[in-house]
Design a protein around this ligand. Structure first.
Ligand code: SF4
Length: 275
């Protein structure tokens, strides 16, 4: 349920084991010092509110329990008991449908997931073959994949990524921008709100964007490529902003333009997070 604590608080989803709850298959937790140390405030004093979810416990699995793993096709992995071979996928799907609509009501601004977990991992969970014997790739955990599908612009990260101070700041800034974007959409996207958001985006890019190359000093091939990619992303965002602004000032329908702007914003900050 949504509480009525501080309405300015960023609302962040989190894997419950990171909060220090003993919900893992082996009866332990994965207490994350940064998450636990910032239960109510970020370093800059701004309020945070965490919404903990443990997919495996909440779908009805015990603590402790048999470990599970993902198997089969990368686009549609199954979650199976490592020894029993019990397929937990249908139970997960039934639980996830209700949980995702609850999280829609929570109106989350970001999400910190436990890396490498068959439920919560973010692109780093081992995928086994159909027999469950051989690792054939890395995918999202089932819950992380469902979050991505349901909330395509929601900033997602892992506790591993947040080990770096710069990434923590980038994640919180992304969450703030995402919230501002949602508020703009909810309030009918008027030009002054879009301008304010876009100025914030520029400020964030100045802080977190790739460093400018010194004149006359050439970087390596890979850096030049990365820089080009960022420039292209920023240019595309600028174009989308101008198109959206024009539509808003003309009083035209903006759904398509708003979605494009949101997508570009998401893609650009994802690329900074990866870079
Ligand atoms: S399912 Fe997710 S929240 Fe639950 S113990 Fe595993 S990683 Fe942690």
């Amino acid at each position: 349920m949504v509480d009525s604590l501080d309405p300015r608080a960023l609302r962040l989803g989190v894997s419950r084991c990171l909060l220090g709850e003993r919900v893992r298959y082996d009866g332990n937790d994965r207490h994350d010092p940064w998450v636990v140390g910032h239960r109510s405030r970020a370093d800059d004093g701004r309020p945070l509110h965490w919404v903990g979810v443990c997919p495996e416990v909440e779908m009805g699995m015990d603590v402790p329990r048999e470990p599970v793993q993902l198997e089969g096709a990368p686009a549609m992995p199954r979650m199976k008991g490592v020894d029993s071979r019990v397929d937990h996928t249908p139970r997960f799907q039934q639980w996830a449908a209700g949980k995702l609509s609850e999280l829609g009501v929570e109106d989350l601004d970001g999400y910190v997931l436990k890396s490498r977990s068959p439920s919560c991992g973010l692109g780093d969970t081992d995928l086994f073959d159909h027999r469950g014997k051989k690792i054939i790739g890395r995918v999202d955990g089932l819950f992380a994949a469902a979050l991505r599908r349901t909330f395509p612009f929601l900033p997602l990260t892992t506790e591993q990524s947040l080990e770096q101070a710069g990434r923590r700041e980038l994640f919180l800034q992304r969450a703030r921008l995402y919230r501002q974007y949602k508020e703009m959409v909810a309030m009918g996207a008027e030009p002054s709100l879009l301008r304010t958001l876009h100025e914030e985006v520029h400020r964030a890019l100045e802080t977190f964007g790739p460093p400018e190359e010194e004149p006359g000093k050439k970087g390596g091939e890979r850096n030049r490529e990365a820089e080009e990619r960022e420039k292209t992303g920023q240019e595309r965002l600028e174009e989308a902003y101008q198109a959206l602004l024009q539509r808003l000032e003309q009083g035209g329908r903006t759904t398509k333009e708003l979605t494009e702007y949101g997508q570009l914003l998401h893609d650009l900050f994802e690329s900074l997070d990866r870079g």
